[in-house]
Design a binder for this molecule. Structure first.
Ligand SMILES: [Ca+2]
Length: 370
């Protein structure tokens, strides 16, 4: 059990450390390109007899039958079929005999932590009355993430919904974080109808999943090690999907349905829609990417250092503004040298990149150093 608010100084100290850690992730993470209306499905677990990602966009690691050293295990697990929902009839089930539960974690092949959607279709044998963790965001180190609490969905420590979920009921939980606005939204879908359970700004990056070895990690169904016993004793999972950006409210209802169901698969979101299958290699004589910031970090000299990709022959403008909107730095990168340092005072800044004009940025994102 834990209170909704911070409970003591130790916890406040921990939160401050995590706050700094999550900001350092912002500095060093990949910056996704800003193309908000065309998120692509990059991870799709169907749990049809194996634990593989049908799109090959991630890897899954499940706990074993023994104690992992932190009171997690899958005492029993395996595959099955039943009526399911939305065309999903295949599942993986688990039971745990340890206090922090069982399940697995998924490492996405790239860092998408600021800008993503994640969906899971599942049923817990226990949706209350105490905290039962659904998605762990910080590689077990923090209490933050999705839970059931008293049969409702809850994101600790932002808030939750009021739609009751009973033991063993199959539902979808879908969360979407918009990297451009920092807005974080969570839905549940029951019997084909969605309920928006949470919509918050995420300035402290609680909904920014930890990047481990360059890969965004989501943990499923087990408790973190900040608390001792906030887990269901078992459940079933029918599918997990991850997109490389936000999906819209309109897309949520069918987002988790099987793509071979009529109208399912989240409409235009299926990755197969964007994959060209060709008999022979072809030469594509057009640019397929805009100039894109690939990495930014604070280097040994306490300067921001940037690396870009796909720069143009000329007019590769990067402008950095302070929070009052004043231009603090400007550069036109030369082709073949799309890398630079910016010596700026500590604080938060907005980075904008331009090519054709200074009206419409190619990318816009926030950087900072404490
Ligand atoms: Ca916890």
């Amino acid at each position: 059990m834990k209170p909704i608010l911070l409970k003591n100084d130790f916890k406040i100290t921990l939160m401050i450390i995590l706050f700094i850690l999550t900001f350092s992730l912002v500095f060093t993470g990949n910056i996704p390109s800003i193309s908000a209306d065309s998120s692509t499905l990059i991870v799709y677990y169907k749990f049809e007899g194996d634990l593989s990602d049908s799109l090959g966009g991630s890897t899954l690691t499940a706990f074993g039958t023994g104690n992992d050293g932190f009171n997690h295990n899958n005492a029993t697990s395996g595959f099955g079929t039943d009526a399911g929902i939305g065309g999903d009839t295949t599942y993986w089930y688990w039971t745990s005999t340890l206090a922090r539960g069982g399940g697995f974690w998924v490492d996405v092949n790239s860092s998408i932590s600021s800008n993503y959607s994640v969906g899971v279709r599942f049923a817990f044998s226990q949706t209350g009355p105490s905290w039962k963790k659904i998605i762990d965001y910080k590689n077990m180190s923090s209490d933050t993430g999705f839970y059931f609490l008293s049969n409702n969905l809850y994101f600790y420590n932002y808030g939750g919904g009021s739609t009751p979920i009973s033991n063993n009921q199959i539902i979808d939980v879908i969360a979407t974080r918009d990297g451009a606005s920092g807005k974080f939204t969570a839905y549940i879908v029951i019997d084909g109808h969605y309920y928006k359970e949470l919509e918050v700004d995420d300035p402290a990056n609680q909904a920014y999943p930890m990047v481990v070895g360059g890969k965004t990690r989501f943990g499923f169904f087990f408790d973190d090690i900040a608390t001792s016993a906030e887990a269901t004793s078992g459940g079933k999972v029918y599918s997990i999907k991850i997109w490389n950006g936000p999906i819209t409210e309109e897309e949520v209802e069918e987002a988790m349905d099987s793509p071979d169901e009529d109208g399912g698969g989240g409409g235009s979101l299926a990755a197969t829609d964007t994959i060209l299958i060709l008999d022979e290699p072809v030469y594509i004589p057009v640019r397929t990417n805009q100039m894109t910031c690939w990495q930014v970090w604070v280097n040994e000299n306490n300067n921001f250092e940037f690396i870009f990709r796909w720069e143009y022959a000329n007019n590769n403008w990067v402008k950095i503004f302070d929070l009052a909107g004043n231009e603090a730095f400007s550069i036109d990168m030369k082709k073949g040298r799309a890398r630079f340092e910016a010596n700026l005072p500590d604080g938060m800044y907005t980075v904008k990149t331009f090519h054709n004009d200074y009206e419409t940025p190619i990318q816009e994102f926030i950087i900072g150093k404490p």
